[in-house]
Design a protein around this ligand. Sequence first.
Ligand code: AMP
Ligand code: GLY
Length: 424
Amino acid sequence: MNILLIGSGGREHALALSLHKSDNENKIYCNPGNPGTTQIAENVNFDINDEKLLINFCRDNRVNLVVVGPEQPLADGIADTLRQNNINCFGPSKYASQLESSKSFAKEFMDEFDIPTAKYKTFEAKDISDCGRYIDKSDMPIVIKADGLAGGKGVYITDNKEEAKKIVEDFFEGKFGEASKKIVIEQYLDGVEASIFAICDGSDFVLLPASQDYKRAKDGDLGLNTGGMGSFSPTPFVNDAIIKKVREKIVKQVLLGMKSRKNSFVGCLFVGIMIVENEPYVIEFNVRFGDPETQSVLSLIDGNLANLFFTAARGAIEKSSISIKNEKFACTVILASDGYPENFNKGFEIKGLQNNSSLKDKYIFHAGTKVENDKIVNNGGRVLGITAVASTLKEAKENAYNLAEGIHFENKYYRRDIADSAIK
Ligand code: AMP
Ligand code: GLY
C-alpha cells in the first residue's frame, strides 16, 4: 500500500512506524515528517493546502490512503478535498472536524445527542455584560474555553470571579485571535482524566487502550500547560464498566449523530473524558490522534494498522486487522528543551540516539529535531518521545527513563514523575 502521512511530530513518527510494521512492503510518504520518520518513510515537502499539488502527488505516486496527523488540515477540509477526488482518507470531513475546531459546536452536538458532558453556556463579545452576570452567579471554580483551535492553550480554570472576568475580556479582545471571539464557560468537573481513541469507519468503530497524558510542564502537575510531557497506557482508572459507557453513551452517539447530519465520522475520534463517580463526561473531542498518547497506545498494538485505517476510510472497518498486546503497559517520557512551553534555545546536538530497529520494546520518537551539518539537533519545545513497553507499568516507566537518561543535549529537560499517579 502507498500511504501519505501528514504531519511532523512524535505522533506522526509513531504512526509511520506502525504503518511500516503493518507490512514492510508499504511505501510511506510523510509530509513534512522529521528526522525520525526518514528511518521508515520518505519525507516529502509540498504545500498540502494547494489542492492541485496534493491531488497530483497522490495520483502520481498511486497513493491508496492518506492519514492526517494534526487537526488544522482536517479543520481546513483536506478530507473533503481528497474524497471528492476519490482518494481514501483516514480523517473526518471539515464539518465533522468542528467537534474539535469549535467547542460550542461540540457542546451543542452533545446536547442534541445526549452525550454526557459538563453544563455550559456560550458567549460572544457582544454578550460581555451577560457573561459577567453569569460568572457572578456561577459556582467556582469555572472553566473558560476559547471556542476555536488554540493549540491546546485556550482553556483556563479559575476559582476567582474577578480573574474569570479578566480572562473573558482578554479572550474577547483576541488573545487567541478569532478563536477566542466566542467562548464556552463550563462547569468544573473534579475527577480522573483519560484519553480514549476510537477508530471509526462512519458506522462502526474499534476502541484502542485508554491512556493518560501529562499536560503540565513540571513534576506534580505544576507549571504551565504544554502539548504533553508524557503518557502511559492502559490506565487502570478506566475499567470495563467505563469503557462500556464510553462505547454506548459517547462514541456510538457521535457516529449516529454525524450520520444523521450526513457527515459520517471517519477517522480517529479522540474522546477526552473526566471520570466522576464512575461516570465518564466528555471534556473534549479531538478528531485525530493525541500527542503524546499515540506513542504509548500504538506501542501496544500488533497487526496491520494500515489495513485498519484503509478499511475504515473505505467505510467497512476490518477490526481483526489489529490485536492489543495482552498484559502489557507502555510509558512515554518527553524530552523537551528547557524553558518550553515559553522560551528555549535550539540547535544543540543530540547524542545517544539510536535507530528504532536496533531497540527492543523501546522506541525513540522524534518530534522537534532537525538535521544541521550532518548532526541531529533540537529544533522545538518537545524534542523526543521515549517509549518503553513492559509487563508492568513500573517496569515500562523504568525502561523509558533508562533510555531517556542515555540521550544528551545541552538543554534537555523532562518530568520525572510520568506514570507515577497510576503506579502508586
Ligand atoms: P481541553 O482542551 O478542553 O481538553 O481542556 C484542557 C484541560 O483542561 C483538560 O485536559 C482538563 O485537564 C481541563 N478541563 C477542561 N474542561 C474541564 C472541566 N469541565 N472540568 C475540569 N477540568 C477541565
Ligand atoms: N494530548 C492531547 C492532545 O493531543 O490534544
